[in-house]
Design a protein around this ligand. Structure first.
Ligand SMILES: *Cc1c(COP(=O)(O)O)cnc(C)c1O
Length: 419
């Protein structure tokens, strides 16, 4: 089953008509498919077979409470990067013991809260962070569970698109120095070593960099074991890509299969931190055409969603498919439209040169908008953020209400300025 598909000439999400959703809830709106979330998570989980594992969903991809709740219900763990994400997971019913805490800049208060609730693992990214955590944990009479995030320096010459796994990136600990730091950590009274971690980048569409990185991590694992440092898990991070346009990313089973094969018979659990691969294709941004405008031979469709709602096209020149909710028939070959938002920036676009038969008032669905979409939304231009609707079969759950105008200035105060 495709979660978003046409029936009787109209785009549906599961058993719900997107046009009906737009009439009831307005536009712009984010729409997520529960069935797609379950299928994407399930495909990853099933691929592990008997291999001990944990899937720590990366909350930064989509942190809506109902999405987290659904994934927690499937047995997911969570990868967080802030105390805000930690509290989200706890509110959604996630088990603290299944949470890993990533990020290069963890603050003391964030670490303390994570220790207090008993999170499963800190993915430590520097020697300074390790010392701070050791000190805090000792003060609380605890031993913090730690995995060092190593930077495997995956060869840029062969995989030039990798963003976070290179020596020159800010992330992780140089893999050549990691053994020494493990040795120091093993002697710290506030630290309990539990694993090794890496995360080499996002939206990867081939297996080779993952396998390269894992092989380097496994070499370190074997070396540490020979030194008497026993680790219970290897965390390969996230990064599996999805199809936005014509990419052909490996299937979940191929990704997990390749990793399992390299791990071989080692007595170690394999952990992952996928975000995009679970939620990306499970969501769309629903938007309505406000105006059509032809100027200097350029065709602009001005829609009611903008870069503040979906930043990826403006930020990364990312390509999202844009589908009409009710395709028009029997039109002459349509012009190529730039689908632009109302925000006062030339960089405010959702798609360029899209051949669509359009009229004012038409509804469009910006596809694969489940990941890094709402979480990157802002109120720029004083635009309330859209609602998030979670569809499950025929049921529609308002997972986040549309922001009100009053939400825009909540917390602001007029000043008592001298006259
Ligand atoms: C962003 C991130 C992820 C998730 O990446 P995806 O590409 O969404 O799978 C996992 N781990 C860490 C440390 C991250 O920063």
């Amino acid at each position: 089953m495709k979660p978003f598909d046409y029936r009787h000439g109209r785009l549906q999400v599961e058993q719900v008509d997107l046009q009906t959703l737009a009439e009831i809830h307005g536009t712009p709106a984010y729409v997520y498919s529960a069935a797609a979330l379950r299928a994407n998570y399930g495909a990853l989980a099933a691929a592990f077979g008997p291999q001990p594992h944990r899937i720590c969903y990366a909350v930064k991809a989509n942190g809506n409470l109902a999405v987290l709740q659904l994934l927690a219900g499937l047995g997911a763990g969570f990868d967080i990067v802030s105390v805000g994400e930690l509290e989200r997971v706890l509110l959604a019913g996630g088990e603290p013991e299944r949470i890993v805490f990533s990020g290069v800049g963890k603050r003391e208060a964030e670490m303390r809260r994570a220790l207090e609730v008993g999170i499963g693992c800190f993915n430590v990214e520097s020697a300074s962070e390790l010392r701070r955590l050791d000190r805090l944990a000792q003060a609380l009479g605890q031993r913090a569970p730690v995995s060092l995030r190593v930077n495997p320096d995956v060869d840029a010459a062969t995989h030039p698109y990798i963003a976070t796994g290179l020596k020159e990136n800010k992330f992780g600990i140089d893999i050549d120095r990691a053994a020494e730091l493990y040795g120091q950590a093993a002697a710290m009274p506030g630290i309990r070593l539990v694993g090794i971690d890496c995360h080499i980048g996002s939206q990867l569409t081939t297996l080779a960099p993952f396998v390269d990185a894992l092989e380097r991590v496994l070499a370190l694992y074997d070396r540490l074991q020979a030194q008497g440092i026993e680790l219970a898990h290897i965390d390969v991070g996230g990064g599996l890509g999805i199809r936005y346009r014509d990419e052909q990313p490996p299937a979940a089973a191929a990704w997990v299969g390749a990793l399992r094969e390299r791990v071989g018979g080692r007595p170690v659990a394999l952990w992952l931190e996928p975000g995009r691969a679970i939620v990306g294709e499970a969501g769309v941004l629903l938007t309505r055409v406000e105006y059509l405008k032809v100027q200097q031979g350029h065709h602009f469709a001005i829609v009611d969603a903008g870069m503040n709602d979906l930043l990826r096209p403006s930020l990364y020149q990312a390509w999202h498919d844009i589908l009409p909710v009710s395709p028009r028939r029997d039109e002459p070959p349509p012009p190529a439209w730039d689908i632009v938002g109302p925000v006062c920036e030339t960089g405010d676009f959702l798609g360029k040169q899209r051949e669509l038969a359009l009229a004012e008032g038409d509804l469009l669905a910006v596809m694969s908008a489940g990941a890094y979409a709402f979480t990157m939304a802002s109120q720029y231009n004083a635009r309330p953020r859209p609602p998030e609707l979670l569809v499950d079969g025929a049921h529609v759950h308002v997972a986040r209400a549309r922001e009100t105008l009053a939400d825009l200035w909540a917390g602001e105060r007029l000043a008592d300025l001298p006259a």
